[in-house]
Design a protein around this ligand. Structure first.
Ligand code: NI
Length: 211
């Protein structure tokens, strides 16, 4: 891993002493409302829906049934969409929850196969200076691929679904997935990171060129 630069502008850093239960959505629109107690998939919202542009809110009360159900349903939605990652805003819930689930693919044949990693209230602690360009797609932007610069390595902190604080170094494809999903929590999509419109391709053309 390259030289690590501390990211001083960590967004939405949640003091650790605020992490335990404080479930009170009463005075705001409840993003957890109307979640059935099941593990079925949810509808993926598409580009143009305002929720994809919102800043997602921290999750409190991680042990609450409705939060655990949202995690299960987000997982099911990612699997059904054949994604390697997903963020809660993509199912219309503006909450700081992402899942990353790398597996090998033509562009990243050495990408690790990993159990889906659920990250609640994630933040980026530091990143490499070095960036790399790589092709990305998004379940909310079907049919389009873009060449996106991302940090080669990131150091991240998050809570797992049991509420334990975890810290991890991610590199290459896994780091890319994290940055893509983390962007969703800040109301950003990969199109915002593409350096020029010429770096966009339809999925059909992409698959022709990267069989
Ligand atoms: Ni996406």
């Amino acid at each position: 891993m390259g030289h690590i630069v501390k990211n001083l502008a960590v967004e939405h850093l949640i003091p650790e002493n605020r992490i335990p239960e404080n479930p009170n959505f009463d005075n705001v629109a409840n993003p957890l409302a109307s979640l059935e107690n099941s593990s079925s998939s949810l509808e993926i919202v598409q580009l143009g829906n305002a929720v994809l542009r919102d800043i997602a809110q921290p999750i409190y009360g991680i042990h609450d049934a409705e939060v655990q159900t949202l995690i299960d349903r987000l997982l099911a939605t990612m699997v059904q969409g054949n994604g390697v990652g997903i963020a809660a805003p993509q199912v219309g819930r503006s909450l700081r929850l992402i899942i990353i689930a790398s597996r090998p693919n033509p562009r990243y044949p050495n990408a690790p196969t990993m159990e889906p990693l659920v990250m609640v209230n994630p933040h980026l602690l530091s990143h490499s200076e070095e960036t790399a360009l790589g092709w990305e797609g998004c379940l909310s932007i079907p049919g389009l691929r873009g060449l996106v610069p991302r940090y080669r390595a990131v150091e991240v902190e998050y809570m797992n679904r049991d509420g334990t604080l975890e810290r991890q170094d991610l590199t290459d494809f896994v780091a890319r997935i994290f940055q893509h999903e983390f962007d969703h929590l800040g109301g950003k999509v990969f199109l915002d990171r593409v350096e020029k419109v010429q770096n966009l391709m339809t999925e059909q053309e992409y698959l022709k060129q990267h069989p």
